[in-house]
Design a protein around this ligand. Structure first.
Ligand code: C5P
Length: 403
């Protein structure tokens, strides 16, 4: 997702400097080309060689290193980057930036760059809460910087409080957001994900193997394109994605209630959840005993959330409604019938019997079918790539309805 992007990582001297190695690894894995610049104090905590090995690029350490300066040059670095990340950013570095001081390699670049700067502070809690630091952070916010607040927890000095460097995975996700065009800015988008659990006694339920990956990927992609995202998820072991409003539900009824509550405010609803079509008619108050050889559980139909949304939307055509159809036979016919019956804008159909498609996989091979009956066959893609294609189509629909 950061393919072709150039990230300049500034590391200042705090104990969290060791976490910058993991951050670099994640940035490089995501496709970014990374140049590291370290303050003199940072080099006391971790050696520049670590970053040279991880990035494959020389590390900037000294403004007066003639060889490095002639090879790369601080003004070139300041211009060539798409994004600057400061992690960890110490109180001292933050103070220098706020005052416009340029007395070493890193601060000189920061004064010369015009690209966005993502500041990730890490320090002792008292230093962080100090009114001078807070004043400096407030003045950074006025300029071209984005701030990722530190986490609250146990600090290296054994004190408890705000000051831990935010998780590197959150820094990478924020970098993706800052480097993705804000094509869904101002749009409210609801995504549903995961399976539902339909209980028949207090410890047992009927469900399906949906992992939630497709819905979570949709939510993350919409967040990166600057939408305000509401993710309503059935039981899934995935951690909630960064930057979205997250609501956990268990049953189809709960999912319906949460989605219906949000629906009037949404521009777009994407139903990627594998909602259970049926639920047991009754839930036993106690765990069922193993007394009989056969047990019958009567199932009744669950509310069709998407069908209800489609039936109740007016002539405005809002919200835009997208469904998913997972089929084991007659893919196009069945998916098209659902598109019409549920009054959708398009449906994403996938064949559960195809390898590399459907439940639990990281990849998906889908067909997008629209109201005109046009079928667009996508190649095998990661679920994040499928999510990107789905939102490309949604953006086209938003442009048609909003001249
Ligand atoms: O009819 P079928 O369950 O195959 O339709 C799939 C689509 O309908 C999915 O987008 C799914 O999220 C949605 N759905 C729903 N409520 C149900 C069942 C499915 O919203 N009870």
């Amino acid at each position: 997702m950061l393919n072709g992007k150039s990230v300049l990582l500034g590391i200042s001297g705090g104990i969290a400097a060791y976490k910058a190695a993991e951050l670099v690894r994640l940035l490089v894995k995501d496709g970014a080309s990374v140049h590291v610049v370290m303050t003199a104090n940072a080099q006391q905590f971790i050696a520049p060689l670590t970053f040279q090995a991880l990035t494959g690029n020389p590390v900037g350490t000294d403004l007066f290193n003639l060889e490095y300066e002639s090879q790369i040059g601080h003004i070139h670095l300041a211009r060539a980057a798409d994004l600057v990340i400061l992690a960890p950013a110490t109180a001292n570095l933050i103070a220098k930036i706020a005052a416009g001081i340029a007395d070493d390699y890193l601060t000189t670049i920061l004064l010369a760059t015009t690209v966005p700067i993502l500041v990730c502070p890490a320090m002792n809690v008292k230093m962080y809460e100090n009114r001078i630091t807070q004043r400096n952070l407030a003045s950074l916010r006025e300029f071209n910087t984005h701030l990722l607040e530190p986490e609250v927890g146990e600090l290296a000095c054994k004190e408890e409080g705000a000051g831990r460097l935010i998780d590197p995975s959150v820094i990478v996700e924020t970098a993706r957001r800052l480097l993705t065009p804000a094509s869904l800015e101002g749009k409210r988008i609801l995504v549903s994900a995961g399976p539902t659990w339909e209980p028949f006694d207090p410890v047992r339920f009927i469900s399906n193997p949906s992992s939630g990956k497709m819905g979570y990927a949709l939510a993350s992609v919409a967040y990166r394109r600057a939408a305000e995202v509401y993710l309503v998820a059935g039981p899934s072991s995935l951690p909630p994605p960064h930057g979205v409003h997250f609501e956990r539900v268990t049953t189809a009824h709960e999912m319906r209630d949460v989605i219906m509550g949000h629906a009037p405010q949404m521009d777009v609803i994407v139903m990627a959840a594998a909602v259970g079509d049926y639920r047991p008619i009754a839930v036993a108050p106690q765990k069922l005993k193993k007394l009989q050889d056969e047990v019958n559980v009567t199932l009744v139909k669950n509310p069709d959330i998407l069908g209800h949304l489609g039936a109740s939307r007016g002539v405005s055509g809002r919200p835009i409604l997208i469904g998913f159809a997972a089929e084991t036979e007659n893919l196009i016919e069945n998916a098209t019938a659902k598109l019409i019956q549920k009054n959708l804008d398009f449906i994403v159909a996938n064949n559960l019997t195809q390898a590399g498609s459907g439940f639990g996989c990281d990849t998906n091979q889908v067909k997008i079918i629209d109201r005109e009956g046009i079928v667009t066959e996508l190649p095998p893609l990661t679920k994040e790539e499928v999510a990107g294609r789905v939102f490309d189509r949604i953006e086209a629909l938003l442009h048609i309805t909003e001249p």
